[in-house]
Design a protein. Structure first.
Lengths: 664, 279
């Protein structure tokens, strides 16, 4: 607590010492990357299919690598760090998956039709909504507008040859003078896909429906109220790399937001939101031909919370205050049915009814020293409490931890400083920070969670310390005439790195597992993530793009960390002339020389893939039609990447077609 | 502006206090302990009636906690001494079983326990005789009783390597939970057909396994050790999930010799000395 007060004091004094009267509109938030989603539907850049899933959008990012356990619901990672170290939110709302095996990262509960854009930040700059270490992904919902433009309708149809994948969506929007409304629905269905060479990848089918509704009311010139609801339901989802599939993954997300906006005021923006989300996730093994024992594994995750964000301008300072709180309840069960029908069913909790309460305050000050220099300081203090009210749940963990108490409270701190310098064609950003994060529900309280990657059962540890991270980052941009270059690197030194360690005295519960790992604190780990990218305009129509990524991760036990991306590269040629666009893309990873055998990784060979696509746009008086056609993996290469669970193969050749119709 | 603003925030904060959403997981399948006692049988003896109660309303093989009341001329009496003798008639001989003395508990209630180590066809074979002295007069009464066969093996009879016949009965946990449970076992020798005294100062090892789950065990079990204050054996029984468990034991005497039972291995899936538990 004392440390946190110090942070706040540093912060406040910094602001006081640099007051000066000056008008500035800059609200740069030191965001690393923004992926535009909604508007990409309305343009004909073949780069993105209109009906790509969120996962495909995220994969295009330099910062994000996706872990794939099947054809559906990939887990995004930033800086080689998985979801436990990140903060993934929907428009600032905390939401947590309900699956003990990470089959449902929260990105799987929204769809492209719900979102306006995705904002990605790395490291401590991602602590706007919660304490984290690796960074944040905020899926931003569209804002209501009152332009009185009337009705707008959009219909999309998509088909992909690989897996016989069909997607269709429709959205309707009404914008009045005081009222705004929008509704959309999207439906996706795919069968098993084929890897390069034609081999069918079993249990890779999925089916989902997603709908969202938004209602906005303009209270006055500066005030508006918005209600939002998302309903997402996936059924019959196969997970090739795992021993079970999913029969139901359902999310209900609702929020009510009040906006105040007045450019002339010092307090120019105030946003308050209350929200609730409820996730049900049911695993299912009935479609698998041989199971050692049949089991049902349902999970539930309910979260409700609020935030209130204030943007305040004083002199050259742009301040952001975010006061937020949320409460989550996570429960997951396992019921096993013995082969002998006269025996009782076997039941246990895998997430023993864990409640998490969080409250925090975030303050950011972006100070424009002058046109070329700016500095930003941000800090977050959070109080995090875990509690197990359920007697059976508590007793199951007390088998391992007899002295474990019902609740545990943690204080989480974050502080970071970033400096940006601009001069002619150059822009340099340098930053450093310190942050902490609490263990996740699985890491702290998991009970025999089977990890098919390394074939071990995992047991949580309620006595884990907070992970602490010291980070530094450097980003250099060069933009002149036809050439634009960017080089960035982030270095993390993490103490109390949470990872599973084999306990030879324990016996596995899952039939066929090699043993039991218990989560423990590794004294330290270092992670380095970097990329170099550039684009060169050959002429008015042609742009050449290239990027190269390098990553490194090692624990204090001298072992390579698992899931660290090998050298990755991308080479792309974009063509753009009037209504026609085209892309040829060559991408791949180098050989995975650093991998962790201990954690079930094996050496993944290098691969490269060629994609081709194009788009055409017809613009009429009242309507717009966009057609995108392309072939991914045109050479039908058979490959898998370092993050494909159990080395499942990725898609072979895939011919896709997207047709969008927009009516105004 | 200010008022509208505050009003909207207030409206929005009302939602904050909405009830927590209901989660619909299955309520864990553990039966609740009930303090109710159910009458099993009445023993009529002219002017007196002995009422015998158990929680379930039946006698079962294994350890039975029994509560008794004596009624004389319509009203309960508790100022007397009481003893009992359960006897099973078999083809070639009669034998009794381990039992406690009958103790006066409180009010009109008397309590004791009987360990029925077996039962006959159709739950028959056992007879229970009560002997009591009221106002200086000794009375006896006996009746045939039904002892139901327990679904799972909660009592076992065996001969040790010392050629002694033993009876071992599971007493606790009566309502097992997913937790570290206190396990209590009664251990007796068959000194004669009628005498089953407690065995003292031995050790009973414990290795609980789930045959349906690849015979996996659980962590943090302890051996059962003798407790002189009540003569029973106590230890920690770790149960990680509900279902059918086999409690594998080894009986070790004061000299450290294994009298019965063996280690569970990949090839020896069950000890020759075991009890069963299912919840």
């Amino acid at each position: 607590m004392k440390n946190s007060l110090v942070f706040l004091l540093c912060f406040v004094s910094f602001t006081l010492f640099s007051q000066q009267e000056e008008k500035h509109d800059s609200t740069a938030l030191n965001i690393d990357e923004v992926i535009i989603i909604a508007k990409s539907k309305l343009n004909n850049y073949g780069e993105q299919k209109s009906l790509s899933s969120i996962d495909e959008f995220l994969e295009r990012s330099n910062q994000i690598s996706m872990i794939k356990r099947g054809s559906y619901a990939w887990e995004p990672t930033i800086n080689n760090m998985v979801s436990d170290r990140l903060n993934v939110t929907i428009d600032g709302m905390q939401i947590y998956g309900a699956c003990t095996d990470k089959m449902d990262p929260v990105t799987s509960y929204v769809d492209v039709s719900n979102l306006d854009k995705v904002v990605i930040t790395s490291g401590q700059e991602g602590t706007e909504n919660s304490n984290c270490i690796g960074g944040s992904i905020d899926m931003v919902l569209p804002s209501s507008n009152y332009s009185n433009a009337g009705w707008k309708t959009n219909i999309d149809l998509g088909y992909e040859s690989n897996g016989n994948y069909l997607a269709s969506g429709m959205d309707v929007r009404y914008s009045g003078k005081k009222i705004f409304g929008s509704a959309d629905v999207i439906f996706r269905k795919a069968g098993n896909y084929r890897a390069g060479g034609g081999e069918e990848v079993q249990f890779s089918q999925f089916q989902k429906i997603n709908s969202s509704f938004q209602l906005g009311y303009l209270l006055s010139e500066n005030h508006k109220l918005e209600a939002f609801m998302i309903y997402d339901k996936a059924t019959d989802v196969g997970y090739t790399a795992l021993p079970m599939d999913v029969s139901l993954a359902e999310a209900k997300i609702i929020s009510l937001t009040h906006f105040y906006h007045n450019k002339k005021n010092k307090l120019y923006q105030w946003q308050t939101k209350v929200y609730m989300n409820s996730i049900t996730h049911v695993m299912d093994d009935t479609k698998r031909p041989e199971v050692p024992i049949h089991m049902d594994m349902p999970g539930w995750s309910d979260t409700y919370g609020f935030y209130s964000k204030i943007n305040y301008r004083i002199g050259k300072h742009h301040l952001l205050f975010n006061f937020n709180g949320n409460h989550n309840r996570s429960i997951a069960e396992m019921t096993m049915y013995p082969n002998d029908p006269t025996e009782n069913d076997m039941f246990m909790y895998t997430w023993p009814d864990v409640k998490t309460k969080y409250g925090g305050l975030y303050i950011k000050d972006h100070f424009m020293i002058d046109n070329n220099n700016s500095i930003s300081l941000n800090g977050r203090l959070g109080i995090h409490v875990n509690r197990i009210d359920n007697k059976v749940g508590l007793q199951s963990l007390q088998i391992y931890y007899p002295t474990m108490e019902v609740s545990r409270q943690r204080a989480l701190n974050s502080l970071s400083l970033n400096y940006e310098w601009k001069h002619n064609a150059y822009k340099i950003e340098i930053g450093g920070g310190y942050g902490e994060r609490a263990p996740s529900v699985s890491e702290g309280y998991g009970f025999y969670l089977f990890n098919s990657f390394d074939n071990y059962d995992y047991i949580g540890n309620p006595f884990l310390e907070n992970e602490q991270s010291l980070e530094s980052s450097l980003k250099i941009n060069y933009n002149k005439n036809k050439l634009s270059l960017e080089g960035r690197g982030s270095y993390f030194y993490i103490r109390n790195y949470i990872i599973g360690q084999i306990n030879p005295d324990l016996v596995a519960m899952t039939i066929g597992a090699d043993g039991v790992r218990v989560y423990h604190d590794l004294p330290s780990a270092t992670i380095f993530s970097s990329s170099l990218s550039g684009s060169y305009k050959l002429n008015d129509e042609l742009v050449l793009k290239a990027s190269l990524g390098y990553n490194y991760g090692k624990g204090s036990n001298k072992e390579d960390l698992p899931l660290v991306r090998p050298i990755s590269y991308l080479l792309e040629m974009n063509y753009n002339h009037k209504r026609l666009t085209g892309i040829i893309r060559f991408r791949g990873d180098g050989n995975q020389t650093h991998y962790s055998m201990d954690y079930g990784e094996d050496e993944t060979p290098a691969y490269s893939v060629l994609d081709v696509s194009s788009g055409y746009k017809w613009i009429g008086d009242k309507n717009v039609v966009i057609l995108k056609v392309g072939i991914d993996n045109i050479l039908d290469k058979k490959y898998s990447t370092y993050s494909d669970w159990n080395n499942i193969y990725r898609q072979g050749r895939n011919v896709f077609m997207n047709l969008s119709y927009l009516l105004r | 502006m200010n008022f509208k603003h505050i009003f909207s925030i207030a409206l929005v904060s009302l939602l904050l206090f909405s009830c927590e959403k209901d989660i619909e997981p299955v309520v864990e399948p553990v039966t609740q302990a009930s303090n109710q006692l159910t009458l099993v049988q009445e023993f009529e003896n002219g002017e007196q009636t002995i009422e015998v109660y158990t929680k379930s309303g039946f006698f079962y093989t294994g350890y039975n906690e029994i509560s008794i009341k004596l009624k004389e001329n319509g009203s309960y009496v508790n100022d007397f001494t009481f003893s009992w003798m359960p006897i099973m008639s078999m083809m070639t001989m009669n034998h009794s079983c381990p039992k406690s003395t009958i103790q006066h508990k409180e009010g009109d209630w008397f309590q004791g326990y009987i360990v029925f180590q077996m039962t006959g066809m159709d739950s028959s074979g056992w007879n229970l005789e009560f002997t009591y002295t009221l106002d200086g007069v000794e009375y006896t009464v006996n009746e045939d009783i039904e002892v139901m066969q327990s679904a799972r093996q909660n009592v076992t009879v065996f001969t040790g390597t010392d050629s002694v016949k033993y009876v071992m009965a599971l007493i606790e946990p009566k309502h097992p939970e997913i937790a570290i449970n206190e396990m209590v076992v009664g251990l007796y020798t068959m000194q004669s057909m009628m005498m089953f005294p407690k065995v003292e100062n031995y050790t009973i090892t414990l290795d609980p396994r789930m045959p349906s789950m690849d015979n996996h065990s659980s962590p943090n079990n302890t051996d059962l050790v003798f407790h002189p204050e009540d003569g029973f054996y106590r230890g920690d029984l770790s149960l990680t999930m509900t279902g059918y468990w086999v409690l594998n034991h080894k009986l070790i005497n004061e000299e450290g010799e294994v009298l019965k039972g063996d280690d569970v291995t990949d090839t020896n899936l069950q000890s020759s000395l075991y009890l069963e538990l299912e919840f």
